[in-house]
Design a protein around this ligand. Structure first.
Ligand SMILES: Nc1ncnc2c1ncn2[C@@H]1O[C@H](COP(=O)(O)OP(=O)(O)O)[C@@H](O)[C@H]1O
Ligand SMILES: [Mg+2]
Length: 510
């Protein structure tokens, strides 16, 4: 049957991790180039020790690991832990005094890097590389190399698994599950599997495997429901500050009445955004401008829903909160977190508030906006921006200028057919049958209403009906419509101004 997802059963495969080979190769080059201090910023410590154990064999060089709990311990073959030198100074002192060249992994050494004595010892060992032959490797989730060591250090990043590799991990874990549950195979469908792999991109092998395992071992299946779980798990992994939040109630475009042009635009770009690298330019972002209640926020959620990717919301109010710390750093961190969640939608709702609340004249919000625009033009991660604005007075020209964003859409008030569609959507949402209502006459009557106002009329009509002791009908809704003075009438001049502004500068979303 067309449209139905093709069922898929996953057979396990057994394969040595191929991506380990690239990292081993690159690390070997680094070691051979005689860099005395290697810095690896990662949460995947296990993988680093794995890499170095393999390298030890290849280079026939002993590898020692140090941590505050175990002290120094040889890891390239089974050796009894020595459990000595757990004090950083002691450990470094011992390394310095050792004549046999070795590689030393210093695990979570970062708290001790603000100690001048430790830095000095590290520097002396690194400087003596020619004589001693020791290579020091700092491994932590967060590493700031002290200036004294900068010229001696080189940083190394673990490669992240690509889609192919991620799917292989899914199959490996499916194999493990089948073994633990004989006769059963993990069930999924191609679309869900692809969506899952997309969501896992950017994660380390260890994190991805952990998430995959929990999804599979839960019920032996990978369902669309699991996708949200993956997003949640990912979001927990990135350290995001309060200015960035992950919104889980993304929407479907089927819940949005009208906005045909926008829907079509977004649909057309799905593949180019999710699978960049073809000959098409990667979509960057859009700005939605229009009267309040027209469905701009809803549409922003629907972009994430249609593409099946996380929706991250950037809140300028929090960013500017003076109790929250330094604004520019907050923005930098929030954007970095957004990049870590790529591919994703970064939603900046009511961007005009960013300018108003930040006191544009004092320079703070000017700077912040400048930083945001710079990031927008330089970012390489797949972060699609959806910004919305209700007013255009304060929108900075730099934001509107062509090239930053792909398109500026104007979300006008819905016309009669669209209003009918919106009535139907919201009646259905509340378990009511659109066919039981005279939707055409309601649509005609609600000229000048926004989507939000139409929804509100239905909500209020249900209260009215409840008070009457009956079920809601066309009469109740009509009464509410007649009672309402829509924003477009109250602020007719403003709306006209907005339309006039939009005419030459934007593309209609409807
Ligand atoms: N075009 C629309 N189709 C369906 N519902 C709409 C539409 N426009 C507005 N609504 C309803 O009104 C609510 C508020 O709209 P919202 O998206 O916040 O508007 P805006 O962001 O443009 O001010 C939405 O959550 C939705 O329930
Ligand atoms: Mg809104």
């Amino acid at each position: 049957m067309p449209g139905l997802p093709r069922a898929l059963t996953l057979h396990g495969i057994n394969q040595w991790e191929p991506d380990l080979a690239n990292d081993i190769h690159d690390l070997e080059l680094l070691l051979r180039s005689r860099v005395p201090l290697i810095v690896i910023e990662t949460r995947d410590e296990k993988r680093v020790t794995q890499l170095f154990t393999k390298l030890a064999l290849k280079l026939s060089m002993p590898v020692m690991a140090w941590s505050a709990t175990t002290g120094l311990q040889r890891i390239d073959f089974e050796a009894a832990p020595q459990r000595h030198a757990s004090e950083p100074r002691q450990a470094l002192g011992q390394i310095k005094a050792t004549n046999t060249p070795a590689i030393y992994l210093l695990l979570d050494f970062h708290p001790y890097l603000d100690d001048a004595y430790n830095i000095r010892l590290l520097k002396e060992i690194a400087q003596d590389h020619h004589d001693l032959g020791h290579t020091l490797v700092l491994v932590s989730h967060d590493l700031e190399v002290p200036p004294e060591l900068e010229n001696l250090a080189a940083s190394f990043s673990l490669s992240l698994p690509d889609s192919e590799r991620l799917e292989a991990i899914v199959r490996e874990e499916a194999g493990h599950w089948s073994k633990s549950s004989p006769g059963n195979k993990v069930k999924t469908d191609r679309a869900t599997l692809d969506a899952m792999v997309h969501q896992l991109r950017g994660l380390t092998t260890t994190d991805a495997r952990r998430i995959i395992r929990s999804v599979i071992f839960d019920d032996g299946a990978i369902n669309p429901d699991d996708l949200e779980r993956i997003t949640r798990a990912r979001y927990r992994l990135i350290e995001s500050n309060g200015a960035l939040s992950c919104e889980f109630d993304t929407a479907e475009f089927s819940e949005v009445g009208g906005l045909q042009n926008l829907k079509h635009w977004v649909e057309l770009r799905r593949t180019a955004f999710l699978e960049p690298g073809g000959d098409l330019d990667t979509p960057q972002g859009i700005l939605l401008v229009g009267v309040q209640g027209g469905g701009k926020s809803l549409a922003a959620k629907a972009v994430a829903g249609m593409w099946g990717i996380p929706l991250l919301r950037l809140d300028f109010g929090t960013l500017y909160n003076k109790f929250f710390g330094e604004t520019e750093r907050n923005l930098r961190e929030a954007l970095k977190s957004a990049e870590a969640m790529a591919p994703c939608v970064l939603w900046i709702d009511e961007i005009e508030k960013a300018i108003a609340s930040g006191d544009y004249d004092s320079g703070t919000s000017r700077r912040i906006l400048g930083n945001l625009l710079t990031w927008m033009s330089e970012r390489t991660a797949a972060v699609f921006i959806v910004a919305t604005a209700n007013v255009i007075e304060h929108l900075p020209p730099e934001l509107i200028r062509k090239g930053r964003l792909d398109e500026i859409f104007f979300v006008d008030l819905p016309d009669a057919p669209t209003r009918a569609e919106i009535f139907a959507i919201h009646l259905r949402k509340r378990g009511l049958k659109p066919l039981d209502f005279d939707i055409l006459s309601l649509a005609k009557l609600s000229e000048g209403f926004s989507g939000a106002e139409i929804e509100q009329a239905i909500v209020a009509a249900r209260y009215l009906a409840r008070a009457d002791g009956g079920t809601v009908d066309t009469g109740h809704v009509r009464e509410e419509i007649e009672r309402t003075r829509p924003l477009s009438r109250v602020m007719a001049e403003k709306v006209a101004g907005l339309r006039a502004w939009a005419a030459g500068r934007t593309v209609p979303a409807n």
